[in-house]
Design a protein around this ligand. Structure first.
Ligand code: NAD
Length: 350
């Protein structure tokens, strides 16, 4: 695909412009921090409420602040001098987390509310919000053979309880700050992101990481069994992390996408059973499958309709799932072995 006409941060910013990335101790914002750093941006401020030793990556030369962005004063401090603000801070996880902790998910609205206002008052040129496919109407996702979700499917609204409603409301905040106050905002609806340096255990991990870990555990224990949440027929698409950070850059710097939510996801749909097949193949093992119908399974099917992003950017996330899963599996296996050997599991990259 020819995406050369698209603008990126390199076309729009000076190398010493201040870029603020919220949630940078986590998976996607950590990767975004590294992406901008590797392009030569020199004044990146990374912010997360986690203590610094718990960040998934810490990038050399980046200012790292550990602060809770649900507090207004911390948001004001975080965006001082910012030209661009990327909000990827949210209390979130896979289905096991977002179905159980709806209050925590909803409370992330405080982060976006304060950060957006602070960015506006600080005179930032652009603001990015990481929304989610969970903002879509759940009644359109009750069949594993769903048609892919297009941007207009968010309304009439019937978002995922808790997490999805927080995303939808925060999107609206961004849109109204553009309409009423002239702050340029950009909104991407991510569809399941996976890759190395993502969450792989502890209850917040998503399906690709969870399945890789379970396959590795089964191999290690010699107990060749795997428990699958639901009946395994539920379908999803998964976007590799490198596609995600590239997409964020393109969406943030596309004038046509001001205050216009857009899907950022892969259009390659597969069932959880197919995901297990692929992880087994990578692991070189066949496992007895046990299905847990009582476990959280989320909607029956969800895919990203990429018509709009192809039309506007002439680009879409295109890493084949098999390639990305192989890299993810290898990284999780290394983490697993580190843990077994008593070494720290989250690799800090200095
Ligand atoms: P993550 O959990 O790895 O990162 C989120 C980070 O936000 C965490 O490090 C967390 O400590 C931080 N955070 C939470 N509350 C905070 C607060 N009050 N103050 C400061 N920091 C706070 O998650 P991720 O996968 O990197 O997701 C990043 C963004 O993308 C989130 O907004 C998420 O909702 C969205 N998203 C992710 C996916 C996905 O598949 N990973 C899918 C759709 C949307």
């Amino acid at each position: 695909m020819n995406a050369t006409k698209n603008k990126t941060a390199l076309d729009v910013l000076r190398k010493d412009d201040r870029i603020v990335i919220a949630g940078a101790g986590g998976f996607i914002a950590g990767a975004l921090t590294r992406y901008f750093h590797d392009q030569g941006f020199t004044r990146i401020r990374a912010v997360d409420r986690k203590p610094l030793p718990h960040w998934y990556q810490r990038v050399p030369g980046v200012e790292c602040l550990s602060m809770d962005l649900s507090e207004k004063d911390n948001c004001i401090r975080a965006v001082e001098g910012a030209v661009e603000v990327f909000n990827l801070a949210a209390d979130m996880g896979g289905m096991g987390f977002i179905e159980r902790f709806r209050v925590e998910c909803l409370r992330s609205i405080l982060v976006n509310t304060h950060l957006l206002e602070a960015a506006y008052r600080a005179g930032a040129a652009r603001y990015f919000f990481s929304s989610s496919a969970c903002a879509y109407n759940v009644t359109l996702q009750q069949d594993p053979h769903v048609r892919a979700l297009k941007e207009s499917d968010a309304y009439p609204a019937m978002a995922e309880r808790g997490y999805g409603w927080e995303k939808l409301m925060s999107e609206m905040f961004c849109q109204e700050y553009t309409a009423e106050r002239g702050l340029e905002t950009h909104i991407a609806r991510f569809h399941n992101v996976y890759g190395p340096l993502g969450t792989w255990d502890g209850g917040r991990e998503k399906a690709p990481a969870a399945i890789c870990r379970k396959v590795i555990e089964a191999k290690e224990s010699g107990k060749h069994e795997i428990v699958i949440w639901g009946d395994g027929t539920q379908t999803r698409s998964f976007m590799y992390i490198d596609d995600c950070v590239k997409g964020i850059d393109l969406i943030m710097h596309c004038d046509r996408l001001t205050a216009t939510p857009i899907n950022l996801g892969s259009g390659e749909l597969l069932s959880i059973n197919e995901l297990v097949d692929m992880a087994e193949e990578i692991g070189g093992v066949t496992l007895k499958r046990k299905y847990d119908p009582t476990a959280p399974r989320g909607v029956a099917g969800r895919n990203s309709d990429n018509t709009f992003i192809r039309q506007v950017l002439d680009w879409e996330p295109a890493t084949p799932f098999g390639d990305g899963l192989r890299k993810t599996y290898a990284w999780i296996e290394a983490q697993f072995q580190d843990r077994k050997a008593g070494r720290p599991t989250v690799r800090e990259v200095y």
